[in-house]
Design a protein around this ligand. Sequence first.
Ligand code: MRU
Length: 352
Amino acid sequence: VSALAGAIRWAPDGHAAELLDQTLLPEAEVWLRIETADAMAEAIAALRVRGAPAIGIAAAMAVALAAKRHVAEPADRFRAGVEHAAQRLVGTRPTAVNLAWAVDRMLAAMRAAPATIEPAVLAARLHEEASAILEEDRLMCRRIGEHGVTLFPAEPVSVLTHCNAGALATGGIGTALAPIYIAHERGRRVRVFADETRPLLQGSRLTTWELQRAGVDVTVVPDSVAALLLRDARVHMVLVGADRIAANGDVANKVGTYGLAVLARHHGVPFYVAAPTSTIDVRSASGRDIAIEERDADEVRRGFGRLTAPPAASVYAPAFDVTPAELITAIVTDRGILHPPYGGSIRQSLSA
Ligand code: MRU
């Protein structure tokens, strides 16, 4: 049994993207065919595809799909059509910087092309650029895994994770889950505790699904159990992904991550973050500069269709929180393991 190889790909005919609808997991495995940038924007907003690297890949593919759609138009209308789609995509989710990063990279590829280039040639180039973003992400996941696995103590290693930072969230074997998959591949004994991750249950629905499918020993726990696991020394480390890493090492990730970091510090357990270089945003000086998404209150009031609070209850439910750099033991990237002080280690890793 092996890890899922990502949940987003080109359709064999190259005219559409295909993605595994994550809102339906674990009940049903349905691959969607996405033919337009608008359909992809809907899929990103509805979390059919989610996780920082995966939404970057999805948005890049959507820009390429917009180019295909406008290919028969004059060059200026073609470019305007692509720019318009890019704008719409960037507005879908604000926190994960990979989305804006990927769209910027697609637009830069378009703007770098000479004005005389045929739309059809440029559209083909944009398809290639999106494919490159997907392939690079796959490789970055492997490298994160290779670096991360060196942090694992003697087996059997027991890891607590939050949300889903696995194959479903990337173009490869994940970020936080990559070292786990690599250790498992090498026959090492690994045990994972997956926080269920309220309110949308990415941990119990997605992380548990993909680890179990790959044959990794995984136990789902309600979020509120984490304190006990840490107190009782039942986990060697906390390992999570990131939606955006600021220049000073503050990390935005799924809400609840900050609380885990505080708990880990209190109990003397290392707290690691794993993310590709594309998640580092040096334009955010610190966590205070990161926009935190708030989703529809009904995701809390009507959890999966049932009333889970009075219908008119007032709800405060940011989708992400920021873990201050001082609580993070190390950050695992595709370029290596970054240690505090992060201002310097991040700068150095990006310039290498
Ligand atoms: O709202 P989501 O499901 O997109 O949130 C995802 C997370 O917070 C992940 O931990 C993060 O994107 C890292 S994914 C490799």
